[in-house]
Design a protein around this ligand. Structure first.
Ligand SMILES: [Zn+2]
Length: 319
């Protein structure tokens, strides 16, 4: 095993190190990317693990931090390059979906641009200096400020069937009931499949209000199981048999107003069961929503005000 170096963050075989990479400046500050290098004592694969690409998806961030703490490089064959909070501006400013500096969704601009605004530069540093050294990539997400999302994983699919199969197996390393396949990168971190030919998945679980232990554990178990899948940790990975691309239903507000939910995340609902309604500012009901068939609540808006076209409820048919 050789030394791993990313600028001045350097880890010899058997070492765990931490540091920050400068990304770009505002008028008074320099923004930095936190990076942990956990370099195993023996040779093996390198897994990239990201949290906080959306900076308020806290369950994912906590899972990556626990991973960094728990891994013992003396027992590892291979390495982990981990970014606990990729989107520092959104994390610090608690903004919804977009960076407060350039009003960009960080997960739409990969592979980035070294001469662009802060989100583009962040993407460029992440890809060129961290992900370029990896054999596979796990990007852990969840619900943003208005959202609550239950456990699922997206596997990127491209032109190489071997890489596609690995991505599906990596997704099944998470304790998930279903996975969804995505054919295009669209500026997501999973664009790394196009850039570097590596398998990529995106896990989704959690909400910022409040962070649930079961969502942290979902991401954490998926990460640990992937480390076994790649032989970096000892032991046999538990690869489940999740449904692939099950039928889903999604409901959005026709008009803006106030959202009242009648259901909880993860709740099983019967055909015809009411899910919630949208009223105007005088309390008049504008729209009600009902489940079209027996299904499970997989996505929920957890915010009082709603604007036209915004998503309210997602259902998945798990049978
Ligand atoms: Zn996200």
């Amino acid at each position: 095993m050789s030394t791993i170096e990313i600028r001045d963050i350097k880890a010899e075989p058997g070492e765990k190190t931490f540091g920050f990479l400068d990304i770009g400046s505002t008028s008074v500050n320099t923004y930095r990317l936190p990076v942990a290098i956990i370099n195993g004592a023996q040779d093996g694969k390198t897994l990239g693990i990201i949290g906080g690409t959306h900076g308020v998806e806290f369950a994912s961030i906590e899972a990556v931090i626990r991973t960094i703490q728990d891994l013992d490089p003396s027992k590892m064959k291979g390495a982990v390059l981990a970014i606990p909070v990729l989107n520092g501006p959104q994390f610090e400013h608690r903004t919804a979906f977009l960076s407060p500096f350039d009003q960009i969704n960080q997960n739409r601009v990969f592979p980035g641009n070294p001469e662009g605004t802060l989100s583009h530069r962040t993407a460029h540093v992440v890809f060129s200096e961290v992900v370029s050294k990896c054999d596979a990539l796990l990007d852990n997400h969840g619900g943003d400020i208005t959202e609550d999302i239950d456990d699922m994983v997206i596997a990127r699919q491209g032109d190489d069937e071997d890489v596609n199969r690995m991505a599906r197996e990596m997704a099944a390393c998470y304790p998930t009931k279903y996975i969804s396949l995505m054919e295009r990168g669209g500026g997501l971190t999973m664009t790394a499949m196009d850039e570097f030919g590596i398998p990529c998945v995106t896990s989704e679980a959690g909400t910022p209000h409040n962070v649930r232990e079961r969502h942290i554990v979902f991401h954490y178990e998926g990460i640990m199981n992937n480390l076994k899948y790649f032989g970096i940790l000892e032991g046999k990975p538990k690869i489940g048999k999740p449904l692939v691309g099950p039928k889903r239903h999604s409901f959005a507000a026709r008009d803006g107003g106030i959202w009242h939910s009648y259901v909880e995340l993860g709740q099983e609902v019967k055909a015809g069961e009411e899910l919630g309604n949208v009223t105007d500012l005088f309390g008049n009901v504008l729209e009600t929503f009902a489940a079209p068939e027996d299904s499970t609540v997989s996505f929920l808006r957890v915010f009082y005000s709603v604007n036209c076209g915004e998503r309210l409820v997602g259902l998945v048919v798990l049978k």
